[in-house]
Design a protein around this ligand. Structure first.
Ligand code: CP
Ligand code: NVA
Length: 332
């Protein structure tokens, strides 16, 4: 997945031919840590090529193939961007909602996996538990891609990093201040961000911190690149000197029963103009969406000039198209 030269001399071999290509063929993508730093960077390169229309856009590795989009929870961005990505690669996306499939309820996760693999060429799945996604992947011989679980949201992290790379022209050495729960979005951002040399900071209320094992893993991934996770005692300390400030909902899908307690615990964790003023003036504001104006982010901030949230949403399409193109490379 090397960058394609814009206009190579006809007789010169392209860099794509010269360099050993990273191989994602037929692989699952269940965690942001499933890709090495080189593979993450290569997917981002490929996504940027597709977005700039300088890559081999005509490649249709999914021609004649069907990808199931199996969703246990609601979605706008993930569903639409995966449907479009599959279509643009020549394939046929098939959406399967929880009310019809009843994953783990109407029948076992394993039986769903063993059945789907007989018909489709891949499964993009949004499940509550990461263990269910892993069970599905181990009962399916076709690639399975994580479209969000309670533990991780790796495709979101790819889009976030592409957005930052577009804005700053680099990733290594940047710092992101994540204000809120150490949740699925944070976990994948920490893993991929540390691998690529970013400092991923978090400020969270007591009791809402990230998984210790994911933080340890992220820090290990950062040992080569200089990336690391740091915990700030309060939001103002986190945003000082940060290149990007990140908000996500206080009440993730599946946490609704604790919503009232969360809204109390997260008071003071709103990204509002006062907090943003503590960050450098060129810092960008990220949010994976859906957003709750007046809770985790003020309307003036998400709708303001530093916000890049719709670039992030758009970039879901490009990174997922790049990821699928590599998983199914040569398959068309
Ligand atoms: N950011 C994100 O995954 O959005 P959806 O839940 O709408 O897919
Ligand atoms: N943390 C949020 C992300 C939504 C895209 C959730 O899991 O609901």
């Amino acid at each position: 997945m090397a960058v394609v030269a814009r206009a190579p001399a006809p007789e010169a071999p392209s860099r794509r031919e010269e360099e050993p290509r990273l191989d994602l063929r037929r692989r699952d993508f269940l965690s942001a840590a499933d890709l090495t730093a080189e593979e993450l960077a290569a997917v981002l390169d490929r996504a940027a090529e597709l977005k700039a229309a300088i890559g081999p856009a005509a490649v249709q590795p999914l021609a004649g193939r069907t990808i199931a989009l199996l969703f246990q929870k609601p979605s706008l961005r993930t569903r639409v961007s995966f449907e479009l990505a599959v279509r643009r690669l020549g394939g046929d996306p098939m959406h399967l909602g929880q009310s019809e499939v009843g994953l783990g309820v109407r029948e076992s996760v394993e039986d769903v996996g063993h059945t789907l693999e007989r018909w489709v060429d891949g499964v993009v799945a949004r499940t509550f538990e990461q263990s269910v996604l892993e069970q599905l992947a181990s009962s399916c011989r076709v690639p399975v891609v994580n479209a969000l679980t309670d533990l991780e949201h790796p495709c979101q992290a790819l889009a976030d990093l592409l957005t930052l790379r577009e804005r700053f022209g680099r990733l290594r050495g940047l710092s992101i201040a994540f204000i809120g729960e150490g949740n699925n979005v944070f976990h994948s951002l920490a893993l991929a961000g540390c691998a690529l040399g970013l400092e991923v900071r978090i400020a969270h209320p007591d009791g809402y911190g990230p998984s210790r094992s994911i933080v340890e893993r992220a820090n290990r991934l950062g040992q080569v690149s200089g990336g690391r996770v740091t915990v700030a005692p309060f939001p103002r300390a986190a945003v000082r000197g940060a290149d990007a400030i990140y908000a996500d909902t206080w009440v993730s899908m599946g946490s609704e029963t604790g919503a009232a307690a969360r809204r109390v615990a997260f008071l003071g964790y709103t990204i509002d103009p006062k907090l943003l003023a503590q960050a450098p003036p060129d810092a960008v504001v990220l949010h994976c969406l859906p957003a709750h104006r007046g809770e985790e982010i003020a309307a003036e901030v998400i709708d303001g000039p530093q916000s890049v949230v719709f670039d992030q949403a758009e970039n879901r399409l490009w990174v997922q198209q790049a990821l699928l193109a590599e998983i199914y490379r040569g398959a068309g």
